[in-house]
Design a protein around this ligand. Structure first.
Ligand code: B12
Ligand code: SF4
Ligand code: SF4
Length: 309
């Protein structure tokens, strides 16, 4: 069998992927990353803050053949998350984090996609990733034609907006390719103007050191001179909320695991501040919020309260 998926086989793969709850899939040929210098500059400027793992994995990110030798294609998949505003203990919570952890939910489905490919072409090799792999997911999503990287740094689909998770598959298979997506931001700069911490330092370039999402999720230890988080307790969606694209076109998620948890609405500020480890583990079981650990979420709450005093 040829080491490729022809159009009918790709159509069957697409059908399979959509049946798992992904909303779109497209592919790009493996080529040197055209924006490699922009990524290197991002790291050189220290925009990755304390995410040292990012700098360590840079070579692989810029060359998918270091991930899968003889890789020919990168397949990118999108999965919508809950598009409406959500709260936790009366404070703002990033939409992506209101349900179960997407890494776990999507990985299970990706395994099935990889199995589908290797069953079809047994001597092919495919590796799949969601978020944590050394793959520039937004870049390849744009290259494959799923959408464009907006000035807010997010991948925006004209059909679905940007409240989407991305996942990727690096494969030795040749598959039908999409065409790189055009940029539809035009002269708009609503996200840059709305970011309360001026974290979008150039078009599409986010300085994590200033970004509320980084500070509330990834930063460890106490805050020194942290800005006002505008009531965001975990993550931040401001630069997407003001974007005309997601607001107009977002559809409800079809994945029940990504729906908001009722308990989050019932939790009070006092309840969260006084929460003990066992309660934290039970409340945030399988949730992305457990990433900050109890110390992180209580630190974030204290920070919001100190700014409101
Ligand atoms: C590190 C990281 C972060 C960091 C840094 C964010 C950033 N903007 O880079 C922090 C912790 C701050 C973060 C926050 C968020 N993240 Co994040 N993050 C990542 C991760 C792991 C790597 C991203 C990366 O490589 N950044 C480094 C820079 C250099 O890469 P880049 O932005 O792609 O670089 C491009 C631009 O610089 C661009 N560029 C260069 N010149 C120019 C010029 C113009 C005009 C333009 C437009 C672009 C442009 O070219 C570069 C190459 O493509 C990805 C998963 C992955 N493996 O890709 C998830 C990922 C990007 N995150 C995601 C999400 C959901 C978020 C949040 C929305 C979560 C939240 N609600 O709080 C916020 C959004 C913040 C924002 N405005 O970007 C999703 C995005 C989905 C989507 N639709 O785009 C991803 C893909 C995870 C996933 N698998 O779903 N994240
Ligand atoms: S996520 Fe929030 S803080 Fe980060 S760039 Fe967007 S608006 Fe600014
Ligand atoms: S708010 Fe405007 S500039 Fe920012 S990503 Fe959306 S369309 Fe692009």
């Amino acid at each position: 069998m040829e080491h490729a998926l022809d159009s009918p086989a790709w159509a069957a793969f697409r059908q399979f992927v959509l049946s798992l709850g992904f909303s779109d899939v497209a592919a790009a040929p493996v080529q040197p990353v055209k924006r490699a210098q922009a990524v290197k500059d991002w790291v050189a400027a220290g925009h990755h803050a304390d995410m040292h793992w990012y700098a360590r994995g840079l070579e692989k990110r810029l060359d998918p053949r270091l991930v899968v030798p003889e890789a020919r294609s990168i397949i990118v998949l999108t999965m919508p998350y809950h598009p409406e505003p959500v709260t936790l203990a009366g404070k703002k919570l990033a939409r992506y984090a209101c349900g179960d952890d997407y890494h776990d939910v999507i990985l299970k489905k990706l395994k099935l996609c990889t199995a589908w490919l290797s069953e079809r072409v047994p001597d092919s090799a495919t590796r799949h990733y969601v978020d944590t792999g050394p793959v520039l997911e937004r870049y390849w999503a744009q290259e494959s034609g799923l959408g464009w990287i907006g000035k807010n740094g997010n991948l925006i689909s004209r059909r679905e907006g940007s409240y989407l998770f991305l996942a990727s598959m690096v494969t030795t298979l040749r598959v039908p390719y999409g065409t790189p997506h055009l940029d539809f931001c035009g002269s708009c700069r609503a996200c840059i103007d709305a970011c309360p911490t001026d974290a979008i330092v150039a078009d599409g370039v986010v300085d994590a050191r200033k970004c509320i999402s980084y500070l509330t999720i990834e930063h460890r230890g106490p805050f020194e001179d942290a800005p006002d988080f505008s009531d965001w307790l975990f993550g931040c969606d401001i630069c997407q909320e003001v974007c005309p694209w997601p607001n107009k076109f977002s559809q409800p998620t079809a994945e029940p695991a990504f729906l908001p948890r009722e308990a989050y609405g019932e939790l009070t500020e006092e309840g969260l501040a006084a929460m003990e480890q066992a309660d934290f583990s039970a409340t945030f079981r399988k949730s992305p919020i457990k990433r900050t650990k109890i110390a992180g979420i209580q630190r974030n709450l204290e920070h919001l309260q100190s700014k409101n005093e």
